[in-house]
Design a protein. Structure first.
Length: 103
């Protein structure tokens, strides 16, 4: 996800895994397909984002293009549904070791 998208959800001063980010960064997180807002779970908010993205013909992870093919379609809904039905909890960050995150 682009940091500008992340900040549009969590605010201009948002941090990512406790680190300051600028709006040009690309954020990478181990999470479920369908976790549009990078909170570690697939929930109502993610379904609202994919539905809104589909209706407005948007692209990008934040909007529900989970397979990165430039459009929101059946495949993206299949990914979010599979993740919702199989998630076993909230995915968090790995512990910090020697000043660096492990994920």
């Amino acid at each position: 996800m682009e940091a500008s998208d992340y900040k549009s959800i969590y605010g201009a001063n948002a941090t990512f895994n406790g680190e300051a980010i600028d709006s040009t960064a690309v954020l990478v997180k181990y999470t479920y397909y369908g976790d549009a807002d990078f909170n570690g779970k697939v929930n109502f908010d993610d379904y609202a984002r994919i539905d809104s993205g589909f209706n407005a013909h948007k692209t990008g992870w934040l909007n529900g293009d989970f397979d990165g093919n430039g459009k929101i379609n059946f495949d993206d809904y299949a990914l979010i549904d599979a993740a919702f039905n199989s998630q076993s909890g909230v995915l968090g960050r790995a512990p910090k070791r020697s000043g660096k995150w492990l994920n």
